[in-house]
Design a protein around this ligand. Structure first.
Ligand SMILES: [Zn+2]
Ligand SMILES: [Zn+2]
Length: 317
């Protein structure tokens, strides 16, 4: 299962009831963040999923609404007793930005490892997810993310018994290792079925619709995309400032055959994004407006179906 929580769904500036961009991602007790807008640590406290389990952060870009929460986050990690390294991935210039934001952060009890992307982006792993960072169109270097949780094939106990593998060795076969049974070797693939469909989602904010988004969105279970403006009157502004309309996010989800779309990064001029939702649902019905404290659970699908998605609002947010 992959669990997500939208800690903040605001763009540009925070509102009294809407924090800036950040997504908490949790898989089997391991966690990471995408973006770290100002006050992200407050959202993490509200959520209650913890600081110490956070292994890293990936940044979309270096506009302040996506990264100014970094110093506070690192201080909270320190207070929580973190001692394992913390990885931060982001566009070229990451080192300079982190050093600048963290002038006031004293020496930490854990290592911070920085990873700058080459222009074409990168593929790496964090918390068991395969992550593809791809460049998008925001006027400055900015990256969208496709995240995938792979799923191994099913273990066949009857086959293992037939091959006379003792039960004490089953775990090793399930982990991909080979074991010796008498004079023979039994390999993992002898007892594991073909790989099954896993879970995938895309997170991309602060961009115009672009080729890379069209390339990496197809077939995802969930697309979390920017919906900066709902009203078509704002379209020239969206183009000028390299942002995306509700309509355009819905078109990307529809064309990529995503299962569901959640929009985030709302303009401060959009006090009630829900009122503009029809601009998206007319094009892609399975769309909703994200909200601070919204929790999304993606469970492994049956056979080749999409992942089973549960969405609810955390109480007392
Ligand atoms: Zn932004
Ligand atoms: Zn931006």
């Amino acid at each position: 299962m992959v669990e997500l929580c939208l800690l903040g769904t605001g763009g540009t500036l925070p509102l009294a009831d809407r924090a800036l961009s950040s997504l908490y991602v949790r898989v089997n007790g391991r966690a990471m963040l995408i973006d770290c807008g100002e006050g992200t640590q407050v959202g993490i406290r509200r959520l209650g999923w913890g600081f110490r389990c956070l292994e890293g952060l990936v940044l979309t870009h270096f506009h302040g609404d996506h990264c100014t929460g970094l110093a506070g986050l690192l201080l909270s990690l320190e207070k929580a007793g973190k001692d394992e390294p913390f990885d931060i991935y982001g566009p070229a210039g990451l080192k300079r930005v982190v050093e600048g934001l963290c002038v006031i952060v004293p020496k930490l009890s854990f290592a911070v490892r920085l990873h700058e992307y080459p222009p074409e982006g990168a593929t790496f792993e964090m918390i068991g997810l395969r992550i593809r960072a791809f460049p998008v169109d925001h006027g400055i270097p900015c990256y969208g993310y496709r995240l995938e949780l792979e799923r191994k094939g099913a273990f066949d106990p009857e086959r293992a018994k037939a091959l006379k593998v003792p039960m004490s060795e089953w775990k090793r076969l399930q982990a991909g290792e080979s074991v010796r049974v008498g004079l023979r070797k039994v390999h993992s693939e002898d007892v594991m079925g073909p790989e099954r469909k896993g879970i995938s989602f895309v997170f991309s904010t602060d961009t115009r619709p672009c080729e890379t988004l069209r390339k990496y969105t197809p077939g995802v279970d969930l697309a979390i995309l920017e919906g900066m403006y709902a009203d078509e009157e704002k379209y020239p502004l969206a183009v000028k400032n390299h942002h995306m309309m509700f309509r355009e996010a819905a078109e990307l989800a529809r064309d990529g055959a995503a299962s569901q779309l959640v929009m985030t990064h709302f303009s401060t001029s959009l006090e009630e994004p829900e009122k503009g939702l029809a601009a998206a649902t007319d094009i892609f019905p399975d769309t909703r407006c994200g909200q601070d404290g919204m929790i999304i659970r993606l469970n492994y699908p049956k056979a080749q179906e999409p992942a089973a998605i549960t969405i609810f609002q955390k109480e007392d947010w």
